[in-house]
Design a binder for this molecule. Structure first.
Ligand SMILES: Cc1ncc(C[n+]2csc(CCOP(=O)(O)OP(=O)(O)O)c2C)c(N)n1
Ligand code: SF4
Ligand SMILES: [Mg+2]
Length: 281
């Protein structure tokens, strides 16, 4: 479902994730792509690397465009065609957020994939509201001073049928979530963490290890929220301290021990909250 010879940086796990997602969804799928690394990987028609129809839209409007595509397919009696959005964090957390929140409020029947590489990466690595606290980017060279927006919680607060996080380092879990989302009607959103090789300052062969560390340290917990109420934390424990994740990335090399402790505390608080919700729902 994803041809070779696409434009991803060698070693980027966005292509790996996209291939598993497309293979799971199958050919009866149509995509709307917001400007992003994912859109560049997929490329312009008629030379797209994706073996499904893709509509490349503006950065603001992917969820609105997907809503229209859904209505057009329904009118033609093609309810079985799955409509997906592929977008980056900038096109989701920031620039496309208004259209996304509106589509989610209408509970549009689509699966929205956010490939979260924590910055505007195909344009050279500027910060987005998904960039974490203290991470250095092209537009925050001394480190970002605000925290990462919590997209999954914001989506869950809209009480949509399904919101989940996923990782390229846990492909079986990613595929299971895509299969589950495919079987549900209404808006489903899956956010996949994509360690960006140039943007995060990683060697070309470290993306999977970094994605795994994000999960093992609890920085990016794998979890699902159904109908905004039922929480399932997919991992039972954290096995590594957060500094193991921070120390391998150039975007965090300016951090002091106190900065790292502060981030550890933030991660601990989020983990405790998720574990409690998962245990009681
Ligand atoms: C309104 C608007 N502003 C800026 C741009 C230029 N632009 C195209 S892609 C992009 C970065 C998108 O970042 P993200 O959604 O995180 O995707 P990534 O490149 O990181 O995969 C920007 C700023 C645009 N297309 N439209
Ligand atoms: S810029 Fe980052 S996210 Fe985009 S293709 Fe390259 S490694 Fe992947
Ligand atoms: Mg991005």
């Amino acid at each position: 479902m994803l041809r070779s010879g696409h434009a991803a940086c060698p070693g980027c796990v966005l292509a790996l994730s996209l291939r598993h997602i497309l293979n799971t969804l199958g050919p009866e799928t149509m995509a709307v792509a917001a400007p992003s690394c994912a859109a560049l990987i997929c490329g312009a028609q008629p030379c797209s690397s994706m073996k499904i129809p893709v509509y490349q839209t503006t950065l603001e409007s992917s969820a609105a465009a997907a809503s229209g595509l859904r209505r057009a397919l329904d009118t033609k009696g093609k309810q079985d065609t799955t409509v997906v959005v592929i977008a980056g964090d900038g096109g989701t957390y920031d620039i496309g957020f208004q259209a996304l929140s509106s589509a989610v409020e209408r509970n549009e029947d689509m699966i929205y994939f956010c490939f979260d590489n924590e910055g505007y990466m195909n344009t050279g690595g500027q910060k987005s509201s998904a960039t974490p606290l203290y991470a250095s980017t092209g537009s925050t060279p001394a480190g970002k001073l605000s925290k990462k927006k919590n997209l999954t919680e914001i989506m869950a607060a809209h009480e949509i049928p399904y919101a989940a996080t996923a990782s390229a380092a846990h492909l079986a879990d990613l595929v299971r979530k895509v299969e589950k989302a495919k079987g549900i009607r209404g808006t489903r959103i899956i956010t996949v963490l994509i360690p960006c090789l140039p943007g995060w300052g990683l060697p070309d062969d470290e993306a999977i290890a970094t994605a795994r560390l994000a999960v093992d340290t609890g920085v990016f917990p794998l979890y699902e929220v159904e109908e905004g109420q039922r929480y399932t934390l997919n991992q039972t424990t954290r096995t590594r301290p957060v500094k193991d994740y921070l120390m391998t990335q150039k975007r965090y090399r300016h951090l002091s021990a106190e900065d790292r402790d502060e981030i550890q505390l933030m991660v601990d608080r989020n983990w405790t909250r998720l574990a409690e919700r998962s245990a009681t729902s």
